[in-house]
Ligand binder design. Structure first.
Ligand SMILES: [Zn+2]
Length: 452
């Protein structure tokens, strides 16, 4: 499947004539914010709206947006989310309460003017109040613009709540390029991580026969190519560069829509990012942006994939590997250091990989060994760790987890066991089956030490 533009609307070949996907209209382009009234009228969303913004996004786009809509005879009200000084605004009780209480006078529709958190908040309120919403993106920072779930904080814990997808999504590169560099680099990391997701999916296809959706894979491949072709442009925050990231993020979101799952866009690199976030939240410590964490996590796994490809499959000790993973008590003692006790107890109830039988082990092991040549061949497309490091150096972004706030001891345990975050087959799981994971983790951490 290929994508193209028609009057700034993002289009997919052979998909719906009216909208980009499902009933979402996605517009990407330079200076298109001014067309928002027209986009809204086209969808008959009404004449009154509530704009949800924070101080930064209000100045980046909200104020101008309000004028544009007023000129188009659309009344606007603004819910300015309360500034929290040194703390980030979260999709939590305070923010939701603020938006809910701003629904009087009653608007016809909502507008999320912002990126991650502001969209999470608005998407949830839109779902609860059944009022449609429009998203005006202010940063190319994450792939959740078209998502229908909202990661939120409730009672200081991370939860996932239902949300609506926006009816209209407007991504104006002139707005996006004014976002802080940190946000753009986060968006880059979120897309770059798809290399790992793609590799793991192809790997699983070979060893377990898991079906690969060719369309989704082709979209992801296009997104990655666009990204790596535009590193210079991205660094200089040009319209072309911003467009490359945002297209990657949108394509990733679209594959979730078309395949009904996140297989094409998230694997161990995302697992590790999620675990870091959960553990930091638990410890009441600040945590990095989603894309920053995913991008950082991706570097480690690219290095581990390099070692993975060098495994001498004929010289492995199968009995030792079996004993290691089937000796439940000893194995659990390690894995618990990754997740913490309460989190692991929940995972154990549903996660098949944490309850392997000897037969499961034998089946996995045999399938890996028998297909080893095929596996190595299919991984050919992966970029090298050096390529990754060069890009991050260009962006002036650290590659070290410690420097984005992750304690070294946590990293030591998330790297080898992040696979158990969900029941999904990936190369970290394979290395656990083969019994080589601790060794490869250690080598990788040593390589990172040398980079300091
Ligand atoms: Zn992501």
């Amino acid at each position: 499947m290929n994508y193209y533009y028609e009057n700034d609307m993002f289009r997919l070949e052979g998909v719906s004539k009216e909208h980009t996907i499902s009933d979402i209209d996605i517009y990407i382009g330079k200076g298109i914010l001014k067309n928002t009234s027209y986009y809204v009228q086209k969808r008959n969303l009404g004449k009154k709206c509530l704009i949800v913004a924070d101080n930064n996004t209000y100045h980046a786009a909200g104020m101008k947006l309000s004028e544009i809509l007023n000129r188009g005879n659309i009344e606007t009200d603004v819910c300015l989310l309360r500034d929290r000084e040194n703390e980030r605004i979260e999709a939590d009780e305070l923010a939701i309460g603020q938006v809910m209480m701003s629904l009087e006078p009653e608007p016809d529709f909502l507008i999320a003017c912002g990126s991650g958190v502001i969209n999470d908040i608005t998407r949830f309120v839109s779902f609860i109040t059944k009022k449609p919403f429009v998203s005006i993106g202010t940063a190319a920072s994450m792939d959740g613009y078209t998502s229908v779930t909202s990661p939120m904080i409730f009672d200081r814990k991370k939860v996932h709540r239902h949300g609506s997808a926006p009816k209209i999504l407007v991504l104006d590169t002139e707005v996006l390029k004014n976002a802080p560099t940190e946000l753009t680099v986060a968006g880059f990391g979120d897309v770059y991580g798809k290399y790992i997701a793609k590799a793991d999916w192809l790997l699983s296809n070979i060893t377990t026969g898991e079906e690969v959706d060719k369309q989704a894979l082709s979209l992801i491949t296009q997104a990655l190519a666009k990204l790596t072709d535009n590193v210079e442009e991205i660094r200089n925050a040009t319209d072309e560069g911003l467009k490359a990231i945002i297209e990657g993020l949108i394509l990733a979101g679209i594959t979730i829509f078309t395949t009904g799952q996140t297989r094409a866009v998230a694997s161990v690199e995302h697992n590790q990012g999620h675990i870091w976030e959960t553990r930091m939240l638990e410890a009441e410590k600040p945590y990095a942006l989603h894309g920053t964490a995913v991008g950082c996590s991706t570097g480690y796994y690219l290095r581990m994939y390099e070692y993975f490809k060098k495994i001498d499959i004929s010289s492995l000790d199968r009995e030792k590997a079996k004993h290691r993973i089937l000796n439940r008590e000893a194995f659990r003692k390690q894995v618990v250091k990754c997740f913490g006790e309460s989190f692991l107890s929940v995972l154990e109830k549903s996660n098949k990989c944490l309850n392997l039988t000897e037969e499961d082990f034998e089946n996995h092991y045999n399938s890996i060994v028998n297909n080893w040549d095929k596996i190595i061949k299919v991984l050919d497309f992966l970029p090298s760790w050096d390529e990754y490091k060069n890009i991050y150096k260009k962006f002036g972004q650290t590659i070290h987890a410690e420097e984005i706030g992750i304690p070294t001891d946590l990293l030591t345990y998330t790297l080898p066991y992040s696979t158990f975050y969900r029941d999904r087959y990936d190369f970290v799981f394979v290395m656990n089956i083969l019994g080589v994971i601790e060794d490869i983790t250690e080598k990788t951490l040593k390589d990172y030490q040398k980079e300091k």
